[in-house]
Design a protein around this ligand. Structure first.
Ligand code: NAD
Length: 375
């Protein structure tokens, strides 16, 4: 099993590709035969020629697809496409499996062996394959740059003969990978940064970046064994909102990144909190595509509240810098394949005893094999 094909994304807003020339070269170096669909990197700044020079073949989808043994792509396949996928193919992509049970059933029925990259465990050994993290890092950075571009103020303090400009205040809610990168970016640009997360373990990380951790005593919150936040009770949510409101009222920019893995994001900024914010201040809702942390936020739109707060609901923030996003995603995919690559047999080996594969392989040989989705 060695013929790998990277498919071009069909989603109109997707700018990223699943493979960069650099990763194509790495896979070719392992002995795989690499093909990319024509125009794969068009929107990410990589030409067909770049891929050719990296040792890949460039082909039309209809020609390459029937031969493919491993398929790489960023987004889940369209329903209508599943019939065209070769039986027995290993298919790697984001799949959103918690919300896509019909799609999973169809992939199983077509005997597609589907890996969902967001299910790759957050372990040390899997870090180099962790596509959620690589993309969240870029999204956190992009959120700050996006906000700074729309602000009425600059970020750093500036002392000039014409007077002193005070630094902007940022408040970051949710300090996972994206939140940490947002804090680091805003700090680098000179803003004064506060942050909050329900997981108390992140307080130290926030402080080490030179930001202030906003303390809210919510009682028992904790995290799952994968480090994901647990859902708060309604009483805890209310208490959090009250404390958040004060920090939001102080802020020029609020960036929310609070997600709950596999579930709808919690609404943290409701209308009452937004009403207390300063006119002209900005909210960037990074969770907008999974339900939204901010009342009234809309995917791909700016919404302005009655008191003049601008709520930005960025679509595909991970793809704002597609060249780098593709470089990182491609490396994540190539590292995954390399991990299961048997150089002697020149084949991808399904080592299902490895938690990286058992944690992320959703369907195999016509069955749904992942414990979480069998039911
Ligand atoms: P995520 O995108 O699922 O969530 C973002 C943040 O929002 C999390 O920190 C979460 O605690 C927080 N959050 C959820 N509900 C909230 C609420 N009501 N109020 C405030 N904050 C709230 O997180 P992620 O970036 O995917 O990271 C998830 C976990 O995985 C973290 O513990 C992270 O450290 C861990 N991780 C580990 C590795 C590794 O070891 N290889 C790599 C990446 C991430």
């Amino acid at each position: 099993m060695k013929r790998v094909l990277a498919l071009r994304e069909s989603h109109p807003k997707e700018t990223r590709a699943a493979l960069s020339p650099e990763s194509a070269k790495k896979l070719a170096g392992l002995g795989l035969s690499v093909t990319v669909e024509q125009g794969l990197g068009d929107r990410a700044g990589y030409s067909d020629e770049d891929y050719r020079q990296a040792g890949a073949a460039v082909a039309e989808r209809s020609k390459a697809l029937p031969e493919a043994e491993i398929i790489l792509r960023v987004r889940k396949p369209e329903d209508s496409e599943i019939e065209t996928l070769p039986t027995g193919v290993l298919h790697l992509s984001f799949l959103d499996p918690f919300n896509e049970s019909a799609l999973i059933q169809k992939l199983a029925a077509k005997k597609v062996n589907a890996v969902s990259v967001e299910m790759i465990p957050r372990s040390t050994i899997a870090q180099k394959m962790d596509a959620l993290s690589s993309q969240a890092n870029l999204a956190g950075y992009a959120a700050v740059v996006l906000a700074s571009d729309r602000m009425q103020k600059i970020l750093p303090m500036m002392m000039t003969p014409a007077g002193t400009i005070s630094p902007s205040r940022f408040f970051i809610i949710g300090v996972g990978v994206a939140g940490l990168q947002a804090i680091a970016t805003a700090k680098r640009l000179g803003a004064r940064v506060e942050a909050f997360d329900t997981r108390p373990v992140v307080e130290e990380q926030v402080r080490s970046l030179g930001a202030k951790f906003v303390k809210v005593d919510l009682g028992d919150t904790g995290q799952t064994d994968q480090g994901y936040a647990k859902e708060l009770t309604p009483e805890q949510m209310e208490k959090q909102r009250l404390e958040m409101a004060k920090a939001c009222a102080r802020a020029d920019v609020v960036i929310t990144t609070a997600k709950l893995f596999g579930r709808k994001a919690p609404v943290i900024l409701n209308e009452a909190v937004l009403e207390q914010m300063k006119p002209g201040s900005i909210v960037v809702d990074l969770a907008v595509e999974s339900g939204g942390n901010v009342a009234g936020s809309k995917v791909g739109e700016d919404v302005i509240t009655a008191n003049g707060v601008k709520i930005i609901g960025p679509e595909n923030l991970e793809g704002y810098y597609p060249k780098d996003a593709t470089q990182m995603l491609g490396a994540n995919f190539a590292n995954f394949i390399e991990h299961f690559w048997d150089a002697e047999q020149q084949a991808f080996v399904y080592r299902t005893e490895d938690e990286i594969l058992s944690g992320s392989l959703i369907t195999r040989d016509g069955e749904i094999v992942h414990e979480k989705f069998k039911a």
